[in-house]
Every structure is written in C-alpha cells, then in structure tokens.
Ligand binder design. Structure first.
Ligand code: SF4
Length: 898
C-alpha cells in the first residue's frame, strides 16, 4: 500500500476484499503487517474514491469543486488535442509532476519521450538531500538503495528518522538487533516511534545535526579512532589536492598527466604521497601506502596536501564545546558517543571467511567489518543546510570504515553507483525541441558546471529551475517551486500542469494559502495564470477541487504495478530483488490505472518509444508494456528482472517473456537474485561484483568508487564561481552563493530561513512527521485508521508550554513570520524544549476527502504548512542552495493562548 512495499495477501469473499494479511513468504516484511496495511479494506471502500473522469463545469471557479462527469473518450480526446499542440510547438509548456508514486521509470520515460524537461517526482520536497549528500559521498544511500546491517551491528545510531520510516522491515530488524543485545541510540528532537524504544535518546535542535556530525568527526580524528587502512585505500583521503591558490587547478586533485586515466569520465591517475618512498606515486601503486597528513611539493613545484589533511584541518575548530552551543547536546555526550563509535568499530571487528578480490587485483582472504551502523532520513535532509549535513554523515560512516562492510552500511543493488552517477540531463535549451524526445534525461547527476541545464546567460531551462546555478545538484527536481514559478511566469509560463498523486493544494505545498490563491488566479486577459490543470488521483484530495480535468486512478488492489530495478526496487543487501502487484479486484466504477492513462496518451501522441516504425500503437496496455518494453531495442533489459527470456529461464537480462506476470504471480510477486558471497561486500571496490554488475548492465563502468571525503565535484563549481574554471560561470548575482555552498569539505551554517528570522521573536523550531497509522494524506479517509487519529495536537514540552501560558489540551496559536494557525496543545516530555511538533496531513480542508462537514479533521485538526513558506525574504526559494531540497523544518515559531 505504501512506499514500504510489503508483501500482502488479500482474501476475497463474494469477490470483494474481506481481509488483508502480511505475506509470510515475502522477503521484505516476512508476514508482518502494519495498521495501514491491515486497514486497506477501508481504503478500497473509501467514500473519497473518485470513480469517473470529471470536467470543471463551465463558469465554475477553480476550488469550488463543481464538476460534470465525462467519458474517458472525451477526456483522452481533450488531452490528446491539447498535448499534441504543446508538443508540436514548445514541449516545455507541459509539466508532469508526481507524488509518492512508485512508477517513476514510466512517468520519466513518458516525459522524456514527450520532450519536456519539466518532470519530477516528489523527491525535491522530501529527502533529496539524503540521496544526493550520500550518493555524492559514498556512491549509495539509505532505504531502497542501502541501509544498516543490523544482523551484525553492535551499535546502531539513528538520526532524524520519522517514527516508523521503512516501517515493517526496519521494525523487524531493530527488534532482532535489540534482542541480540545491540545498543540503539536515537538522535532526534522528538522521542516517539523508533526513538521511544532506543536505549538512549539524544535530543537535538532541528537543523543542527550538521554541527553534531562535524564534532563527532572531529573527535574520531582527534582521538585517532578512524580506520586508517580503510581511509587510505578506499576513500580519496590519501589523494593529493593542489593547494596553490594561484593555480587554475586550485583545490582539484593532482594527477599524473602522463599516466593512463583509464576512464576519462572517472579518471584514475591521481597521486598519493607514498610514505615508504617519500615521493608522489600513482594512486593505489602496489606496495605504496599514502600519507594522510602533511604538506608536499611535486617535482614540478606544485604544492599539494592529502585530502585527509584538509579534512582534519576543517574539522579542528568543530569541537564538542562548539557543537554544544549550536545543537543543545552536551559536549560530554558528544565526546562519549564519538568514543563509543570509535572503540566499537575498532575493537569489535567482524571477520567473515569470504575471499574476494579488489579492483586493483589484491586478493583478500576474508571480509572484515566494523559493527557501527547508521540510519538517517528526512530530519537531516529537509533543511536548507541539509546537503552538507548528510555529507558529514557519509564522512563519519567512512572514517569509521563502515561502507559496504558487515555490521555497517550495506548497499542494495543497483547501488553503488559512480560518483556522480553517469545519467545526465541536456545541457541547454536546444535539448528541448518540438515533436522530439528530450535530448537527455529530465533528471540527472551533474559532475561539473558543463552538465548544468542552463541557457547561454546561465538561466534555467526547467520551470522549477532545477540544474541551474540556483540549485545545481537538484537531482530530484524541485516540485515545491513549480506552482509558484508557473504563476509568476518565472522563468516562463506553463500551458498544462499534470499532477499525479500529490496534494499540492494542501499538505504537499510549503505555502498552502498562497498556492490555493495562485491556482485560482487570473492574468489581465482573464485566463488562469496556470491555464490547464489535470489532477490524477484515486481520492478526492484538496487539490482535486482546483482541477480542470480529474482522472480517477485505481487503488493498489485494482491494478498491476512494478517495483522495478529501473526505479526503486526492493533489493536486499545480498542481491537484486524486484516485485509486482497484481490486481485482486477489477477497477471501481470507471477508474483507470494512471499507467494505462500514460500508455494510452503516449500511443495517441505517437511518442517514439510507444509506437512502431509505422506509427502504430505498440503496446496493448500497461501489463503488455511491462513485458515487452526494452530500454533499447534488443537490450534484454526491461522493467522486470525475473523470469526473462522466451521460456523464463533467464534472470536480469534476457528477451521478453510473455508469461512474466504469471511467473511473478506464482512466486509471491517477487523475484530475488542472490549474489555469490564474494560479491556481497566492499562493492565500491570489488572487482568480481563490478564485472558482474557490468555484465548485467547495472553499472556502465567497472571503475572503483572511492569515497569522496573531499568533493572535487563541488570544487569545480566553486572554481567557476571564483572565475577560475575554464568553462561555464554562474551569473554574477549567484557567484557568492555558489562559492559558499560548493565547499569541497563539509561545513555547518544555519539554515537560510533561520538566518533571516528574528529568533528572539520566533524562538521555537516547528517540525512535522508522518504518523505511524497513516501514510501522509492517503489514509485520512480510512474509517478504521480514523479511529486512531481524527485530529492532531501540537506537542510542546511542558516547560515551553508553561512559559507561553498554554495549558495541556488548550487551544493556542502557533505563529511564524509567515502566518498563524490555531491548534490544540499537548504537553509532552518526549520533545526537546526548543521544538514543537505535530503529525502532518491529518488536519483537512472542509469539503475534501469525502468526510462529513463536522469531521474532526476540519474542526479540531490543523496542518502546520500554514505557517511554513516556500519563499524567503527577498523572493528566493526556501531550498538548499546545492540540491534545491525544500527547507520544511527550518521555520521558527512562537506560541500564545487562543
Ligand atoms: S508499511 Fe506500508 S506496505 Fe508495509 S504493511 Fe504497512 S502500509 Fe503496507
């Protein structure tokens, strides 16, 4: 049901779902089911279901929710005509943005084939900093793509994670970890969910985790508790950085220009300073061992220092005492925690009798590991300083030597990937042409200024300004900017905005009131500023009322779906896993799966990947597309990895198999491929794994992926901002911003919104998290789950509440510089005194979700978004200047009785 994607079994009575249980044979949840999953019946029977295509009535205002039913034929004809006109003139006038769906490989393909750059899913306003900060540092990330090895860890540290993130699998793992005697520390402003069962809760002020992590790194280095061998061989800590400020290559890694770079895109001709021969040698020269500290001069006179030396210098001032002032975590606690991490990693080493060979040809008889594991998520990410916070975490994990090793962090295929991954967007406006697919991906991974998607003046090409100098590494796009930018016409106006499964007029915007006005606003010509809004959803969310055209989606029980290796599979540490949903009941009313809508539209518009050479429709429907589509003709790679080949005998690669859906259905809807033990660890540097991954097209290149303690990618952007880069430069007004935030070493600065706020007047941080019993707004109409929550409180530490004169259970105002909202207080010791918090998406707008007019969601609930802003004073977006991540958790508030 939710993005956790547990396996379920649905029992039918008289053809109707009557009971849902966890599937004990499913590898992810092993039969465990949560409240949401078990309550799926009430989602199926929800009074909020949309069951027919709807058109806004002529003359009705947007937001009034006045619609008339139309047929699918009419809806498709309307869309075909409109989209064909846009595609034939200026494809970027069509934008497709999607919420927490699980079909981004298909929606992304549709957008690319259409030719619009204006596509993204919800990542930019969710956790892109977590993905980007980790992938630009270690080549992998948490959740779908990697996680803590709690089977073997001894110490588990969780930071900034919502109360049941990665729900059932993580609950199962933590339960076993604790029973086996592991120690669990949670660092979070709030102690609920996972934090409530932690052995130690370390409360921290929101947005300050970066300072804590820098201090932990400083202590690990200062106490000599880092894994020297790991740092030397598997990170770029030993590589030499040019430190001559006058050099045009200042801050880049020194290379031997006469040596073979092996792969010019990911060169391997950097240098170490060998401590045996006391001279510069090629990186990973057999028998050599790099100095990690020092200051050296190359034979040509170039001054260089090991990257690790620069990191150590950066860390030096970040003492526990310094961090205590910022984070509220006592210096003694920081010191103790660093020491515990360091000695657990050093003294409780794991050794597995698994032989493997590294990328440089060295044979190892065992796999070793340091049993300290971490998990982190949106609490670290959703701040405008989050990218460097997450990089600091990746560096801490690397100093402790825990990357893809037993007991630490482990990747899940298709990760690890190159730093940065090789997928790229077009690099200029010429990549968008009428009646032509986009000349690249809509979302990519820039490695230098040349990879940005900008015009000759350095201006953005995308509506959300993604991959421009404002947000160069916005690898998930910036969904939170779309409506505001389109309304402003900055950088241009849209014609049609299609939103799938995202409640952009309520809980999925940082600017609820303004966005509702923008959607309803007209220009001087009397036309809506966003002329045509298509909303595709299964339920009557607040956003539906603003649509010109509503397309009713099915529930998860009514359609085929794939959790694909091309997208976000459910892989495990030991190998690739993908899975499917198969429908257990037919669609309700006239509901149609959104995938079918895309296939139909793509066929009508004759998008090349969806038609044959004669322009005839290629795929009957979505299941047919899934079976027969290949990434390139004859590539043998499709959406599903299992039971490929004409007879289903091949895995991962193979010709299409017409019986593939059947084979999945016979196998618990899951395909699992176990790697041989020698390929399961150290995959950034494991020759056997790399060759296997290349053979199976999971990786394009087989080069080792050294951890980027020092980010040369960021330094290239900084050089451009300093006018020292031979290629593209940022516009003058952004140069300082790029120079500051593209620091090759991690740093802490206050979130941008906090810097712009009078914190004397608004002293409290206000944050939200998703409740365990509801998956965002999707479950707010679920009759069973509504027995758990129908309204929310703002949780306040009793000391803070007393200072504000607010009694437990009393009505109060929570007010930020942007607005105020009335809510009920609940005193709680489980929140640090400088923070207030609530669950998101429980409070509702009257008239939505099929709820009764006097529902508690309307009369007693609230959403905090009313006091958050997507724009900072001066008009810039409230986003991380590196990745564009929405700064949800940076708002500052005050309380008063109401
Ligand atoms: S965590 Fe999500 S996928 Fe798993 S049982 Fe609960 S609702 Fe279903």
């Amino acid at each position: 049901m939710c993005a956790c994607r547990c396996g379920i079994r649905v029992h039918l009575r008289d053809g109707k779902p009557s009971y849902i249980e966890g599937n004990p044979e499913h590898p992810l949840n092993k039969g465990v089911i949560c409240a949401k999953g078990a309550s799926g019946l009430m989602k199926q029977n929800s009074p909020a279901r949309l069951t027919r295509p709807l058109r806004r009535k002529a003359g009705a205002e947007r937001g009034a929710g006045e619609f008339e039913p139309i047929s699918w034929d009419e809806a498709f004809a309307m869309l075909e005509q409109r989209l064909a006109r846009i595609r034939g003139t200026d494809p970027k006038k069509f934008a497709l943005f999607t919420g927490r769906d699980q079909m981004q490989a298909l929606t992304g393909l549709f957008a690319r084939q259409f030719g619009t750059p204006n596509y993204a899913a919800h990542g930019g306003f969710c956790s892109v900093n977590m993905a980007a900060g980790m992938i630009y540092t270690i080549g992998g990330s948490f959740w779908e793509f990697g996680g803590p090895d709690l089977e073997r860890a001894k110490l588990f540290v969780m930071l900034g994670t919502a109360e049941d993130h990665h729900s059932n699998p993580l609950k199962i793992a933590i339960s076993k970890f604790k029973r086996d005697g592991g120690r669990f520390v949670s660092i979070n402003p709030v102690r609920t969910g996972y934090s409530a069962i932690a052995d130690e809760w370390i409360p921290i002020r929101p947005g300050t985790d970066g300072a804590l992590l820098l201090a932990l790194n400083q202590e690990i280095v200062a106490q000599g508790l880092f894994d020297r061998e790991f740092v030397a061989r598997y990170t770029n800590g030993g590589q030499l950085v040019i430190t001559d400020a006058a050099s045009p290559r200042h801050g880049l890694l020194a290379t031997d220009e006469d040596a073979d770079p092996v792969n010019p895109l990911y060169p391997q001709n950097q240098l170490w300073w060998d401590r045996h021969s006391n001279r510069a040698v090629a990186t990973h020269t057999p028998g050599a061992d790099p100095r990690l500290f020092g200051d050296y001069t190359l034979p040509d006179g170039t001054r260089v220092q090991p990257a690790f030396q620069l990191l150590a210098e950066r860390l030096r001032a970040h003492t526990p005492e310094w961090a205590q002032e910022i984070t509220g975590v006592p210096a003694a606690t920081i010191r103790r925690l660093a020491h515990e991490m360091g000695i657990t990693a050093r003294d409780e080493k794991i050794e597995l009798p698994i032989a493997w060979t590294d990328c440089w040809g060295n044979e190892h008889q065992t796999v070793t590991g340091n049993p300290v594991a971490f998990h982190a998520m949106r609490g670290l990410a959703a701040h405008s300083n989050g990218f460097h916070t997450v990089r600091s975490l990746g560096i801490l994990m690397s100093l402790l030597g825990t990357i893809d090793r037993p007991g630490g962090f482990r990747h899940k295929p298709p990760f690890p990937r190159a730093i940065p991954p090789s997928a790229k967007t077009p690099t200029g406006p010429e990549g968008v042409q009428p009646d032509t697919p986009l000349a690249g991906l809509a979302l990519g991974w820039p490695g230098s200024p040349e990879d940005l998607f900008v015009d000759d003046e350095g201006g953005p090409v995308r509506i959300d300004k993604g991959f421009s100098w404002e947000y160069p590494l916005s690898v998930h796009g910036l969904m939170h900017n779309v409506i505001t930018n389109a309304w402003r016409g900055d950088p241009y106006r849209l014609d049609t905005l299609m939103i799938f499964m995202a409640n952009m007029a309520w809980n999925s915007t940082m600017n609820t009131d303004q966005v509702r006005k923008m959607l309803n606003d007209r220009g001087a010509d009397g036309e809506y500023r966003i002329p045509f809004l298509v909303v595709c959803d299964a339920f009557q969310s607040e956003t539906v009322a603003f649509a010109d055209l509503v397309l009713p989606d099915t529930t998860y029980l009514e359609r085929h779906d794939v959790m694909s290796m091309l997208d976000r599979p459910i892989s495990e540490f030991d190998g690739p896993v993908d899975s499917v949903r198969v429908p257990v009941v037919p669609p309700t009313g006239e509901c149609k799966p959104f995938q079918e809508v895309l296939i139909e539209l793509a066929s009508r518009l004759k998008l090349p990947a969806f038609v044959d050479a004669n322009g005839a429709r290629k795929y009957r429907d979505y299941p047919d597309f899934i079976v027969r589509h290949e990434t390139e003709p004859g590539s043998g790679i499709g959406f599903l990895a299992g039971w490929r080949g004409a007879d289903g005998s091949k895995s991962l690669l193979g010709e299409p198999n017409p019986d593939q859906w059947q084979r999945y259905a016979e196998n618990n809807c899951v395909f699992k491929h176990e790697l041989p033990p020698s390929y399961r660890y150290m995959r950034n540097w494991n020759r056997g794994y790399m060759e296997w991954a290349q053979r199976h097209r999971l990786r394009r290149w087989g080069d080792p992926i050294l951890v980027h303690l020092y980010s040369e990618v960021l330094q290239k952007f900084r050089l451009a901002a300093q006018d020292k880069w031979p290629g593209r430069r940022p516009p003058a007004h952004l140069a300082k911003r790029v120079e500051t935030h593209f620091d090759p070493l991690p740093f802490y600065s206050q979130p941008l919104e906090v810097q712009a706020t009078n914190t004397q007047r608004y002293p409290l941080a206000a944050i939200t998290q998703r409740p365990m019993a509801m998956y965002h707004s999707w479950d707010s109409q679920n009759a069973w789950l509504r027995q758990i929550h129908t309204h929310n409180y703002l949780f306040v530490n009793p000391r803070t509440a007393a200072a504000a004169g607010v009694a437990d259970g009393a009505w109060m105002w929570v007010e930020s510089p942007w607005g105020r909202v009335r809510c009920m207080s609940r005193h709680s010791e489980a929140v640090e005194p400088g923070t207030v918090w609530t669950w998101n998406a429980i409070g509702k707008s009257p008239g939505a979700w099929g709820l009764a007019p006097d529902a508690n969601e309307f009369t007693r609930g609230f959403i905090l978004n009313h006091v958050i802003s997507d724009t900072l004073p001066g008009g810039t977006s409230n986003s991380d200047p590196v990745t564009g991540q929405a700064g949800w958790y940076d708002v500052r508030v005050r309380l008063s009785p109401a």
